[in-house]
Write a protein that binds this ligand. Structure first.
Ligand SMILES: *Cc1c(COP(=O)(O)O)cnc(C)c1O
Ligand SMILES: [Zn+2]
Length: 432
């Protein structure tokens, strides 16, 4: 699986060879991998960099006519959209974690608190391993299986490792997951329960990612979900966009706020909206996409505010570890999309991240992790600074679960009183 990875150091890349032994329809209606920069196309396979210009490859399709009824008749998970994903038509037969079709909650209390007319929370904390990563991993697993990979692997800021380890266990494929050694304990445990091949690396995520690229280039038959099968992985995030539109009654929201780590998710929600318009499944209308980062790792937000076309890498220092990618692969595309749609990229401090976690919990009963605290905090800031129109229909994506980042708020909340078990002691607290 190393064809393209091995080329990285060279200046005269060769075209990757088509993969032998693929079954017909292995990637559904996908037709090729297409370069996002120059449009050059290569065969579907474990490739992620353009052989002409080293630009990122993404999946191209020839979609058949797809109707709302066909989709609605599908299962209550991401496979209801399988015709729009690079997966075979019999994908439901292969063991996987069946993520997706999570709740879209009308958030009237939070809306009132912030002065918004209509607000929804797309709550991906209820996925099988409690983050949106189960979506992308399910698509990467399908690709790994069709490409006859021996090992299913990833470098991760935490949630991805959880999702890969669980999906690999269910699929009966060997997994090896790599994480920064200083990762939150709950996220380490949430991986290690599924696999005995968790590797903690002394370094930050960008170091772990570099190591993974090196291993992918050296070892045969390793599918690194976000490295050499990244184009397939990334497509899984489109299902967030499809679901939001379907759950709003087949219409696009006016505004969406999405957290940004590598930026993949944000770009794919936009791709999903564009596909739904092209397929005639929703009415064509303007929408604005907003990116959310933590100030301690905000290279895309900084570039947006400075009007730059490129993203300068940073060294992350934030409690929002799941968003702590200092050199985001899709950062420039996030800039393009947020500018094109009239949105913005904004960031909030770690204190505002904690406040965001408590705000969402106390208004809507949703306990989000630091990434969701970032998104909620950024929503508040966007309203306060007038960048987001409070009268328009707005969706925020909660991508993860608060139990994985308990330490972030553990010192901010706790018992209002500790008392002896007597009625008198209770009344003395003033809580009666
Ligand atoms: C990975 C992750 C993200 C961001 O994903 P990208 O597609 O890399 O931008 C957001 N939230 C959570 C909880 C994540 O784990
Ligand atoms: Zn190219």
């Amino acid at each position: 699986m190393s064809a393209v990875v091995a080329e990285q150091g060279s200046t005269t890349p060769s075209t990757p060879e088509a993969v032998a032994g693929l079954r017909p329809g292995a990637f559904g209606n996908a037709t090729a991998l297409s370069c996002r920069e120059c449009g050059h196309q290569v065969a579907l396979g474990p490739f992620y960099a353009c052989p002409e210009c080293f630009g990122p490859l993404e999946v191209a399709y020839d979609f058949p006519a797809v109707t709302r009824e066909q989709i609605a008749a599908g299962p209550a998970n991401i496979w209801r959209y399988k015709a729009l994903l690079p997966v075979p038509t019999d994908i439901e037969q292969s063991p996987n974690t069946e993520p997706g079709f999570t709740r879209l909650l009308k958030a009237d209390n939070l809306a009132r608190e912030l002065g918004l007319t209509n607000l929804w929370v797309k709550d991906d904390s209820t996925n099988p391993t409690n983050s949106f990563k189960d979506r992308v991993v399910a698509c990467a697993l399908s690709a790994a299986r069709e490409l006859h990979a021996k090992v299913f692997a990833c470098p991760s800021t935490g949630n991805l490792a959880n999702a890969v380890a669980a999906a690999g266990a269910r699929a009966g494929i060997k997994t090896v997951v790599f994480i920064p050694a200083d990762l939150e304990k709950p996220k380490q445990v949430n991986s290690a329960v599924y696999t005995d091949s968790l590797v903690a690396v002394n370094g930050n995520y960008d170091d772990v990612n570099r190591l993974a690229s090196e291993i992918a280039g050296e070892e045969e038959g390793w599918a690194f979900v976000n490295v050499n099968v990244r184009p397939f992985y990334a497509e899984g995030s489109k299902t967030l966009g499809y679901e939001i539109a379907e759950q709003l009654g087949w219409r696009l929201p006016d505004q969406v706020v999405i957290p940004v780590a590598s930026g993949s998710q944000l770009t794919k929600v936009d791709k999903a909206f564009q596909e739904l318009i092209t397929l005639g499944l929703v009415e064509d209308k303007p929408y604005r996409i907003f990116g959310a980062q933590a100030t301690g790792c905000s290279p895309v937000s900084a570039a947006f505010k400075d009007g730059h076309q490129v993203v300068r890498p940073v060294r992350p220092n934030t409690i929002a570890k799941s968003l702590a990618i200092g050199n985001p692969a899709d950062g420039v595309y996030v800039l393009d999309i947020c500018r094109r749609t009239g949105g913005a990229v904004e960031d909030v401090t770690d204190d505002e991240v904690r406040e965001g976690i408590l705000l969402l919990a106390r208004t809507e009963g949703i306990f989000t992790e630091t990434a969701g605290g970032t998104t909620t905090g950024v929503l508040k800031k966007l309203v306060e600074t007038g960048q987001l129109d409070p009268t328009l229909d707005t969706v925020i994506i909660n991508t993860g679960m608060g139990l994985k980042t308990l330490d972030a708020v553990a010192d901010s909340v706790g018992p209002a009183a500790t008392i002896d078990p007597s009625y008198a002691a209770f009344t003395a607290t003033g809580l009666a």
